[in-house]
Design a protein around this ligand. Sequence first.
Ligand code: XMP
Length: 327
Amino acid sequence: MQNNKRPESLARITTTQAAEAFIQEQIAEVRAQVGDKKVLLALSGGVDSSVVAALLIKAIGKQLVCVHVNHGLLRQGEPEQVVEVFKGQMDANLVYVDAVDRFLDKLAGVSDPETKRKIIGSEFIEVFKEEAQKLEGVKFLAQGTIYPDIIESEKGVKAHHNVGGLPEQLGFELVEPLKFLYKDEVRVVGDTLGLPANMVYRQPFPGPGLGVRCLGAITRDRLECVRRSDAILREEFAKNGLEGKVWQYFTVVPDFKSVGVKDGKRTFAWPVILRAVNTKDAMTATVEDVPFALLQHITERITGEVEGVNRVLYDLTPKPCGTIEWE
Ligand code: XMP
């Protein structure tokens, strides 16, 4: 039986010093657990998996095999950053899998949100399983499980593991060095391990990625609109002091067009919806009061720079009655 109760002796990690002590302790524990065997990790580039990767690289170096699956639904620059940070800077044993076509082909013509989620989830497991089978001597699977995951799974709110179904399907023993930490502590540990701030402090990003923001059946051109407009929104929020202040912000592109006019010519193009919300637990959310001038500037940039877009809208709906995501 695995112990899933945070030890009372573990004081809240708020300083570099405390994080350093935690890291040293975990390095010793992981080394004792895995010996000379290999450990596999699905490295998405999100906060939790990135911190686990950095910690395990320190503990066991090349015995850790990181698999980064690019499913084509990541934000602009994310796959490149994973490769740059983990392979370039940390010299990790990183397998980069370009599965873009595979995912987008499977998703072609699928418009129901839950079916899209299921396809993305099961295809991810398939790709990961195939990569795992190519490797020899892997006995362990590392996961970025954190304490709220354990608490929520005990309450029946959601399944315990981040990547649905992986441990059961692969039959590996789990390595979960962050399982007693809260998110803020994971960030302090990530900082102390030298991960870039934009990786450690990034906003929440759903597992199905941009797939649930390219509404209805995903097409490559509309997906590109989501990615480009999201990059502009993030850049403008960063420039204008909203990064780190607003809890979650992103763009959504619906699958309908409207009439517009550009350079004296009629256009028929997609709208981009901006969403920026604040919340503590994602159960309820309020809308950020973004300065009107900034909204106008973002509108100008998106309509000027993103192909196939002729309108920008701001979603004023709190949760409830809207959810944070559109799908
Ligand atoms: P909603 O849209 O339910 O979102 O108000 C609440 C929070 O959960 C995130 N979200 C997801 N995260 N897989 C995830 O890992 C999903 O399928 C998913 N759907 C929503 C959403 O981004 C927000 O932070």
